[in-house]
Design a protein around this ligand. Structure first.
Ligand SMILES: NC(=O)c1ccc[n+]([C@@H]2O[C@H](COP(=O)([O-])OP(=O)(O)OC[C@H]3O[C@@H](n4cnc5c(N)ncnc54)[C@H](OP(=O)(O)O)[C@@H]3O)[C@@H](O)[C@H]2O)c1
Length: 260
């Protein structure tokens, strides 16, 4: 299927690892000009170099999505270099340690800044460029935990519930500017963030009907579709992609009895 992304310019925040990097590579393979950012120059260089070895062109600069001036400078560079912005994927994020009520205020605030306020910040900065380009699509990377309160994920579920609400707010405010805003809500996905949080993640497979974790590319494919004009009537929605996690009470049990 041709997503019709040729001549489009896409910005992917946190595009140097995991879901963001997989998304950036898919968008680039579909013909978009893809610009990524993250805080670490080393991760940025590694992502661009590895893609280049496979004939995939990614471009980018370092930027911190929690810092308005940093992301504004990055966006200005994108505009002056590429002359348009059609797609913004608000993907950059972090996990949260501990029980919510045991967190230091500084950690609580940083999780909200990185996962929620960044979506507001980056969309506020990029949407005028998008408007000048004739419109576009913003895809926010939320989480299943924006709907289901996971224990011991600190401020994370709160930040993602906020992303879901902000998605609906921005969709209504930007529709008249021909900008759609949607969120994807992944379940457990094989990335550095998940490994850092849980270490051995094998126990999580029992929470999904498909009995495995998602691959970052599977999330990226959904994001690419939602960012494309093929999804032109989809806005304000939070689209879950979780392998059926938490949709039935005992998904692991049915795999134990698959020959019954
Ligand atoms: N993995 C999962 O199971 C899962 C499930 C549901 C939702 N998600 C969401 O998916 C998104 C991506 O997660 P992931 O698992 O792919 O994470 P990851 O592998 O840890 O990658 C995170 C990316 O975000 C960047 N980043 C972090 N803080 C940043 C900041 N302040 N400014 C700019 N870039 C920043 C990182 O680069 P630098 O460190 O260099 O800045 C990196 O490129 C997040 O929003 C996460 O909440 C993940």
């Amino acid at each position: 299927m041709d997503l019709g992304l040729k001549n489009k310019v896409a910005v992917v925040t946190g595009g140097t690892l995991g879901i963001g990097l997989a998304t950036a590579r898919i968008l680039a393979r579909e013909g978009a000009t893809v610009v990524i950012c993250g805080r670490s120059q080393d991760k940025l260089d590694a992502a661009i170099a590895a893609a280049k070895e496979e004939g995939i062109l990614l471009q980018g600069k370092t930027a911190d999505v929690t810092d308005e001036a940093s992301f504004a400078a990055f966006s200005h560079w994108v505009w002056s270099e590429f002359g348009r912005v059609d797609i913004l994927v608000n993907n950059a994020g972090r996990g949260s340690p501990g029980a919510a009520l045991s967190l230091e205020k500084e950690v609580w605030q940083n999780v909200l800044d990185t996962n929620l306020t960044s979506v507001w910040n980056c969309s506020k900065v990029i949407s005028p460029y998008m408007e000048r380009s004739g419109g576009g699509a913003i895809v926010n990377v939320s989480s299943l935990s924006g709907r289901i309160a996971f224990t011991h994920q600190g401020a994370y579920p709160v930040s993602k519930a906020g992303v879901n609400a902000l998605t609906r707010v921005m969709a209504s405010e930007l529709a008249a500017k021909n900008i759609r805003v949607v969120a994807v809500a992944p379940g457990f996905t094989e990335t550095e963030m998940l490994k850092k949080k849980y270490g051995d993640t094998s126990f999580l497979t029992d929470t999904t009907i498909l009995h495995r974790l998602a691959k970052p590319e599977e999330i990226g494919q959904l994001i690419a579709f939602l960012a494309s004009d093929l999804a032109g009537y989809i806005t304000a929605e939070v689209v879950e992609i979780s392998g059926g996690a938490f949709q039935v009470r005992d998904p692991g049990w049915s795999w134990d009895r698959k020959n019954d």
